[in-house]
Design a protein around this ligand. Structure first.
Ligand code: ATP
Length: 326
């Protein structure tokens, strides 16, 4: 394997607050250790289309506090094909890039793994997704900020819910993972969280109603994880309207505002630590690993583990919501 001299950085998949802090940390740590850095715009799509620029420390000045990603992000169908990945490899070679750091979610790291299997290029991943659904790290970059955003919104919804004695179903992001819903339900003092991880066990709506959601309270807030399987908050609201017409039901879908905003301190620290760790990993000759933090220690998680395993939700959290919602 040739020695690494130049590191390419890209952000891919859904954007997440803290990605800029990660780009800054990777760039600065790389330059600190004598590497050259190239910024690759628009994820894998930009790698295929040769949207690559030299990066210096100035490129990453004044971005730690900014949401989104200065490198832009994209989804790339072409990168899913061997021909697309070949183009990406050729562009990397022509720019002298011989190591790649990818900041993104599950799909982005799956792409990095496919690429690393075909070409002899060390690939390092940083978990950048608000969904927190990557195995091997306690949290992902963007998750804490998104959760804070949700809590801020639910606090506002609560004011109107209590004024009108209503049940609000608030839908939050998370894809197939319920971390955002479950933890924001605790933080916002919601009466229940409906999450995909619990779906096979019980009818969560039945349980919520039968617990006597409105015996002691005049209004309720239920946080619902977006889910392709059951149709999310709208589906539950429709059911309640049909089965319990006495309740005044409303739906709020928080949508993309959950992705925006200045990253929280926790996300900035996480991104900075993982960014520095990614360069340490390259210096140590690591490849095809995701950087993670477990119990406050940096860990290297093989892509195969980070992607393949379903990250389990802590069942204690479900119990906490139940107990505190009486
Ligand atoms: P988020 O969790 O925020 O949605 P993500 O990284 O999971 O982010 P995806 O859209 O799933 O987002 O993946 C991003 C990109 O990674 C895809 O557009 C594609 O280019 C690449 N990718 C995903 N899966 C594969 C695969 N199996 N092979 C090659 N590339 C892939």
């Amino acid at each position: 394997m040739e020695p690494v001299k130049c590191i390419g950085i890209l952000t891919s998949g859904g954007d997440a607050p803290g990605m800029n802090a990660a780009i800054r940390a990777i760039t600065r740590a790389a330059i600190y250790n004598g590497f050259k850095v190239k910024g690759i715009y628009r994820g894998y799509e930009g790698l295929i289309n040769n949207e690559i620029k030299d990066f210096t420390t100035e490129n990453v000045s004044n971005i730690i506090q900014r949401g989104g990603t200065i490198l832009k992000t994209a989804r790339s169908e072409e990168f899913r094909t061997p021909e697309g990945r070949k183009k990406a490899y050729e562009n990397m070679r022509s720019h002298g890039i011989n190591a790649l750091v990818v900041i993104g979610g599950d799909g982005s790291l799956t792409g990095a793994r496919a690429f690393a299997e075909e070409y002899d290029i060390p690939c390092i991943g940083l978990p950048g997704t608000i969904d927190n659904d990557l195995y091997g790290t306690d949290t992902t970059i963007g998750y804490d900020t998104a959760m804070n955003t949700i809590v801020e919104c639910v606090d506002k919804i609560r004011d109107t819910a209590t004024s009108h004695d209503r049940i609000f179903f608030v839908e939050v992001m998370g894809r197939d993972a319920g971390f955002l819903a479950q933890n924001s339900a605790i933080a916002a003092g919601a009466e229940a969280a409906i999450i995909p991880e619990d779906q096979t066990d019980v009818d969560q709506l039945e349980e919520f109603i039968s617990r006597g959601c409105r015996k002691t309270k005049n209004s309720s807030i239920v946080i619902v994880s977006e889910s392709k399987k059951d149709g999310g908050a709208m589906h539950y609201a429709e059911r309640v309207k049909k089965e319990y017409p006495q309740y005044d039901v409303r739906v709020t879908i928080l949508g993309h505002l959950q992705r925006g905003g200045s990253p929280s301190a926790a996300d900035r620290i996480l991104a900075s630590r993982l960014g520095v760790a990614s360069i340490d990993a390259i210096l140590e000759g690591q490849r095809n690993v995701m950087m993670g933090i477990q119990n406050d220690q940096v860990v290297y998680v093989p892509f195969t583990k980070a992607i393949k395993n379903d990250k389990p939700i802590n069942r204690d959290l479900i119990r906490v919501v139940d107990i505190l919602s009486i």
